[in-house]
Design a protein around this ligand. Structure first.
Ligand code: ADP
Length: 273
């Protein structure tokens, strides 16, 4: 049984166009189905506007699908009574791209990480403080960082804080919504390595949303290519050369090669059929 099963989920937004009263319908998700096995990472890759974050919000329960179902650990999220939903929600956490917007700027790190531990795990303030320090060390920070405010960290360090908060409640699934996209290249690699380590250490499953094929190849076990709200291709193998769909090949062409001499062949090989 899959840990997460998204079944034929669709979502349409209606946008009001100025004062005319006219509306435009945007089909953000069309009949999307995917599965994530326990302990595995599914990369969902696609360009901006493909519907990736909308999918993430549905899985997190921040929005409801117009139709379709989302199953988590054998339960359909839409049918779980609200009292029970709180416990299920604890099992699905998120790391967003913009770590500065994801935290309260007036809170110290010990509150940012300690508050959910007190609230959800019913720990005392002392126990939460102890766990916070352990979590900070797990993500490569130090006990001294617990007394700092978000503005006292670099982007990469603050992303480590939000990762520590995400794993604090021992979730089963973490939605990673472009977690390294705003970081520079060396820091990206360090954060991807950290996510890989944590996946093994805590048997986590990831829904990894990104526009970056290289990051998908690095972190994901399986991947799905999303285009205009639909999944156009998915595969078990991370061999990108096996991608067949013309849009997938365009995505490959859009990635910068490691060396300029590779540029021509890459563009040539990515010609739509
Ligand atoms: P991605 O994460 O792949 O960049 P999104 O899921 O953010 O894509 O968006 C998919 C489409 O849905 C886009 O056309 C976007 O403008 C639209 N969209 C997303 N959220 C909303 C919303 N709350 N209201 C209206 N349109 C939205």
């Amino acid at each position: 049984m899959s840990l997460l099963s998204v079944r034929q989920v669709s979502k349409t937004y209606e946008l009001r166009l100025g004062w005319s009263g006219k509306t435009q319908r945007i089909s953000a998700l069309q009949d999307v189905s995917l599965d994530i096995a326990a302990g595995s990472c599914l990369g969902v890759v696609g360009e901006s506007g493909a519907g990736k974050s909308t999918l993430g919000r549905m899985v997190l329960g921040l929005e409801k699908p117009d139709c379709g179902e989302i199953w988590f650990q054998g339960q359909e999220l839409g049918r779980i009574p609200s009292q029970a939903l709180r416990a299920v929600r604890r099992e699905i956490q998120v790391v967003f791209q913009d770590s500065f917007s994801a935290v309260n700027p007036r809170w110290k790190v010990r509150q940012i990480i300690g508050e959910p531990i007190c609230n959800y795990l019913n720990k005392t303030a002392g126990e939460a403080a102890e766990q916070t320090i352990q979590l900070l060390e797990t993500v490569g920070l130090t006990a001294a960082d617990a007394n700092k405010y978000p503005h006292q960290f670099s982007g990469g360090q603050l992303q480590r804080v939000t990762i520590a908060r995400a794993i604090a409640l021992r979730p089963k699934l973490v939605v990673l919504d472009e977690p390294v996209s705003s970081l520079d290249m060396t820091i990206q690699a360090q954060i991807l390595d950290l996510l890989l380590d944590l996946k093994q250490q805590y048997q986590l499953s990831y829904l990894f949303i990104t526009h970056d094929l290289a990051a998908v190849a690095y972190l994901a076990d399986r991947f799905a290519v999303m285009h205009k709200g639909a999944i156009v291709e998915s595969a078990d193998s991370l061999d990108l050369s096996k991608l067949q769909h013309p849009y997938s090949q365009q995505l490959i062409a859009a990635q910068l090669p490691a060396h300029p001499r590779d540029r021509k062949s890459l563009i040539h090989s990515a010609k739509p059929r």
